[in-house]
Write a protein that binds this ligand. Sequence first.
Ligand code: ADP
Ligand code: ASP
Ligand code: MG
Length: 408
Amino acid sequence: MALIVQKYGGTSVGTVERIQNVARRVKKRRDAGDDVVVVVSAMSGETNRLIALASEITDTPDPRELDVLVTTGEQVTIALLSMALQAIGCDARSYTGAQVRILTDSAHGKARISDIDDVRVHADLKAGRVVVVAGFQGVDEHGNITTLGRGGSDTTAVAMAAALKADECQIFTDVDGVYTTDPRVEPRARKLDRITFEEMLEMASLGSKVLQIRSVEFAGKYNVPLRVLSSFEEEGEGTLITFEEEGVEAAKISGIAFNRDEAKLTIRGVPDQPGVAYEILGPIGDANIEVDMIVQNIANDGTTDFTFTVNRGEFAKAKAILEQIASELGAREVIGDDKIVKISLVGVGMRSHAGIASKMFETLSKEGINIQMISTSEIKISVVVDEKYLELGVRALHEAFGLDREEG
Ligand code: ADP
Ligand code: ASP
Ligand code: MG
């Protein structure tokens, strides 16, 4: 007998019929003799709908109240799924994050899980029940409801699996696994049978939203066997997230990630002297704005240009701060562009293969795509390009690196 944690995302519980379908799947697993804990998201579109309601009242909702609001989405799903399970003769009980109890810090909207009290869950499992847990939410030490960031139900599932020492954590979604790139952008994308934690972490942090970054971090850290599967197909092994295997020749490139959520800022003609990077990025960091890529140019007139990227949602705020800094530093001007995207190649095989970067640049140049910024690490290369080239760039690279699915 195994203990399995299954997570079903928004699309998979998007209608009553789909919730009933999930119930059937869960019951099948339970009938096979396994203990099952199910984590669910809000019905698709619900979290966005709730956020939109808040924004009808204010542009700056109190983070505590916003968390109270958005967590209702998952509370609806856990109750409906438990009812659907009971209706087909499968004993089940639902719990909100606070009830379980999933203890987090107090960072509303991006809280981190610090502890899970699994006593109730174990008692229910022992009594033969399926336990249904609301994803995405927890409670802080003062009893305030918190949320784990968008896509956070993945992290709830992995954290539950770690706390319960589950045999496997299965993420059921609307695709049947992790693909070489988002199949919505490149229909020729190929499903991967396996991908390493390290690669999955890069893919997630570079924009592939199939798994929330923290869920991958968590699974790697606590050694949770993690699998991505389709909730709509009965068969299939999905994609297993694994540790790198010795002796197995790694593919040069495992996948292509992209992020449309980028914006670029440049401050021109700042004095080229010690402390300038700090004077520019200090206030940006103080405003809690995350900076991604950074480029500083050499200049020969004693001044330099400094460019960095931020999340598109924080572009206006970052630009206003940078304009203030520019006037203090006597810089020439501030220019910004929020019509950019980042495309990244990811693969542990890059470590042992030279020439990946030049092939990437050659491929993009053949398509007439101008590269605005470049950043590399051991297992990834990222470029910033104009957003209108996203699809073209991804597809050209997908083909050039032999990632296309074989037809037929
Ligand atoms: P859920 O609601 O189940 O959590 P998400 O929308 O968060 O589902 O994640 C699934 C989606 O992730 C897919 O529909 C797909 O478009 C997207 N996606 C992005 N990159 C990839 C990738 N490399 N492999 C598979 N899916 C991807
Ligand atoms: N419902 C939340 C969201 O839309 C959490 C999740 O689906 O994982 O972000
Ligand atoms: Mg998701």
